[in-house]
Write a protein of this length. Structure first.
Length: 331
């Protein structure tokens, strides 16, 4: 086990709205060790991307605010770092693979100019050296004819190629940590597999840590060492990936796993789904938010369940109605 590279503790992120200050991330905490991959999984609107943007201080301004908590990267609390310091960290020590490559890339600038900018911002090198290193990064991410692609605009590349360019930009300065926010969104399954395999190989070569944000539990199972399950702004379960898949304890985690199609599933059968949907941020209860989704009544809606380590490395929000040990079983 490597040493802890990133430690997030008691993080609260909120947004100013017409209906007041609403929390999108509510007392979230986790850690990432060097060379390890943490997967953050959950439905849309559960706070995964907001957590990532909070860590690197890229929240929409002036609405987004970090109200509480710390984000310690190599011992330095990023919530207290100056804007100038954060500009040095982002892209240099922490790389980000953004969710949609077409919006992450500037449509009016050539690929080469955008990639070279990464080196100009963080390293004192000549234009020739930046060009050479940019070409090498494109070659590293398996883009054919990289010298030619340097002169292309984003719209001239396929979705998979654009995603590879975004990965090249994130890894250009050899960061210690990479945040991959839905790195395979809108890609077909073949290209998805290629992108994820590429990330694993580059991680092994560079020794970096990865935080992978995704909806896809299959991606989590294949590529992550640890997993945190988020629901309605909170982490409801956190464990090593093998332990979580073998012994899911929270009702929400079980619901997510049950919805995965399996080979033994009969043809044309209806897949299990989790009823309801994630409540709006302004309507969230202070207690168990999965109980709120299930229309349950009582004290579980008023009092937040404790978050406990029920076995080594396996943490879960212990709501009386949502926590299921082997002895209790499913309701």
């Amino acid at each position: 086990m490597g040493e802890e590279l990133l430690v997030v503790e008691d993080l609260i992120t909120a947004f100013e709205t017409d209906r007041g200050l609403v929390r999108a991330v509510d007392h979230v905490g986790f850690s990432v060790r060097k060379g390890r991959t943490l997967g953050i999984v959950g439905e849309s609107g559960c706070g995964k991307s907001v957590t990532a943007m909070s860590m690197i201080r890229l929240l929409p301004q002036p609405a987004g605010q970090i109200l509480q908590g710390s984000v310690k990267f190599k011992g330095e609390d990023l919530t207290q770092a100056s804007a100038k310091r954060m500009r040095k960290i982002r892209g240099n020590e922490i790389g980000v693979i953004f969710q949609e490559p077409m919006t992450a890339l500037n449509p009016v600038h050539r690929i080469g100019k955008q990639l070279m900018e990464c080196f100009f911002l963080h390293q004192r090198i000549s234009k020739k050296k930046a060009w050479e290193q940019s070409v090498e990064m494109l070659r590293l991410v398996k883009i054919p004819s990289p010298e030619v692609r340097m002169g292309d605009y984003p719209h001239q590349l396929s979705g998979g190629m654009r995603q590879r360019v975004v990965i090249a930009m994130a890894l250009a300065c050899r960061p210690d940590l990479v945040i991959a926010d839905e790195p395979t969104t809108a890609l077909d399954v073949t290209v998805q597999a290629q992108i994820l395999d590429l990330l694993k190989k580059l991680q092994a070569e560079m020794g970096m840590a990865v935080i992978m944000i995704t909806h896809d539990l299959g991606v989590i199972a294949e590529n992550c060492d640890d997993v945190a399950v988020m629901y309605a702004g909170r982490i409801v379960e956190r464990a090593p990936v093998k332990e979580l898949f073998a012994n899911p304890l929270h009702a929400y985690t079980r619901g997510l796993l049950a919805s995965i199609p399996r080979l033994e599933t009969p043809t044309k059968s209806v897949l299990p789904t989790i009823p309801g949907m994630v409540a709006s941020l302004v309507d969230l209860v202070p207690g168990c938010r999965f109980c709120q989704r299930m229309d349950r009544k009582g004290s579980t809606l008023r009092e937040r369940p404790g978050f406990f380590e029920v076995s080594e490395g396996h943490w879960v929000e212990v709501c009386p109605k949502c926590y299921h040990s082997e002895e209790v079983g499913n309701e």
